[in-house]
Ligand binder design. Structure first.
Ligand SMILES: [Zn+2]
Length: 119
């Protein structure tokens, strides 16, 4: 993440920033001045609904099937069909999509996201 510098309005020293999502808390090490602000990242402000599509996989593993079942709420057989044929598994905002994307990668499941997912 890019580090921005924050200058204390009281004494002009560089403030220490502690980012506790979504609040950014600034403390001046010199005079003790504190500022709490809110910092939103692009992904938090993105109102686009993204869709995750599975790529067809002729022989999905048991772990993949269980994982897809967990995400979609489908039973084992339908989850396997979805993996074999490919298809839509998720329609969410960017923040959720990012979490699912990480899980899909961890489970080695191939997918595409529409529209193009920039995070
Ligand atoms: Zn200060």
């Amino acid at each position: 993440m890019e580090e921005n510098k924050y200058i204390c309005p009281e004494c002009g020293s560089e403030m220490m920033a502690v980012y506790e999502k979504p609040a950014l808390n600034l403390t001046c090490p010199k005079c003790g001045c504190k500022i709490a602000t809110t910092k939103w990242e692009d992904i938090d402000l993105d109102d686009t609904t993204y869709k995750i599509f599975l790529k067809p996989n002729r022989s999905p593993g048991t772990e993949s099937i269980k994982f897809i079942s967990k995400i979609t709420g489908l039973n084992y057989i339908n989850s396997r069909k979805l993996l074999e044929n490919g298809g839509l598994i998720s329609e969410e905002k960017a923040v959720e999509i990012k979490k699912q994307k990480i899980d899909l990668d961890l489970n080695n499941i191939k997918y595409t996201i529409e529209p193009m997912f920039p995070y």
